[in-house]
Design a protein around this ligand. Structure first.
Ligand SMILES: C[S@@+](CC[C@H](N)C(=O)[O-])C[C@H]1O[C@@H](n2cnc3c(N)ncnc32)[C@H](O)[C@@H]1O
Length: 252
């Protein structure tokens, strides 16, 4: 019951309020002619979360948000989209961090789905430079530390998860080609990485599958890369209203 209440709060209360607050902060910065590194002007068209999922009620696990995690409203929407995934398909996350979102995806997706999550270990070399200010998300003891406490109580859920380690610009994603019903792009926020991770996601997504990006309008590299890709490719990327998520469904 408590988890459903959190899901309700996330999508029906937190989401509209945080959307309004973001709009107000952008508007007031504009009025004062101030530039904010943490809140850019955004140009992708918006879509309501209700047009991205057939679900209206969802549970949320791991309420507590660490610096690097998605907002609770975003978690609610992502969980609903995961619940719509086709059973038996793959879900792929680029950027594990502490595993909060992936754990939620594992609980929310159909029982025979397999979940893959890739993260960079602090000792690994990178193909491109990381964005300034994001190294702290790489420098952690172990990606996916939130999985641990569910090993006993929710073993069948944790067993759906497969952790992978490597740099997303040089990792071999070929085993996952056209197999994923959901790809969550949330790795490095550097422009070059977002571009490369986006084309990787496009390769992994199956027909009818959905790609979600995080931090649009928040990290400059994410905003710039997604707007440039959309302007060149005309995929039809949309910003989920009230969030920093970008949504795209493979309708081909
Ligand atoms: C914003 S955090 C991810 C948050 C997580 N998806 C969540 O929802 O809680 C970014 C993650 O991307 C990882 N990362 C950064 N650069 C990467 C790269 N080049 N390849 C793979 N992972 C990378 C970082 O180590 C970090 O764990």
């Amino acid at each position: 019951m408590e988890k459903i209440l959190k899901g309700y709060y996330a999508t029906r209360i937190y989401l509209p309020l945080s959307g309004l607050s973001r709009k107000w902060r952008r508007f007031s910065k504009c009025l004062m002619n101030k530039e904010s590194k943490l809140l850019q002007q955004v140009n992708l068209p918006e879509v309501s979360w209700k047009d991205c999922t057939s679900k209206r009620i969802i549970k949320i696990w791991e309420n507590e948000q660490a610096n690097g995690n998605v907002r609770i409203s975003e978690l609610g929407v992502i969980n609903m989209i995961a619940a719509d995934c086709e059973d038996g398909t793959n879900l792929f996350e680029i950027g594990t961090f502490d595993g909060r979102t992936l754990l939620n995806l594992a609980f929310s997706s159909p029982s025979n789905c397999s979940l893959y999550t890739l993260d960079l270990l602090p000792t690994m070399d990178t193909h491109f430079s990381l964005a300034p200010g994001e190294r702290h998300m790489v420098e952690k003891k172990m990606p996916g530390e939130r999985f641990e406490k569910y090993q006993k109580s929710a073993n069948s859920i944790v067993n759906k998860i497969h952790q992978l380690f490597g740099d997303s610009a040089s990792f071999d994603f070929s085993p996952y080609k056209n197999s994923c019903s959901l790809v969550f792009v949330d790795g490095s926020h550097a422009y070059e990485y977002v571009k490369s991770d986006t084309y990787t996601a496009m390769d992994m997504i199956k027909r009818g599958g959905v790609i979600i990006w995080h931090d649009y309008g928040i990290w400059e590299g994410v905003t710039k890369a997604l707007e440039e890709i959309e302007s060149n490719e005309k995929y039809g990327l949309k910003n989920i209203k009230g969030t920093s998520l970008v949504y795209w469904k493979n309708e081909k």
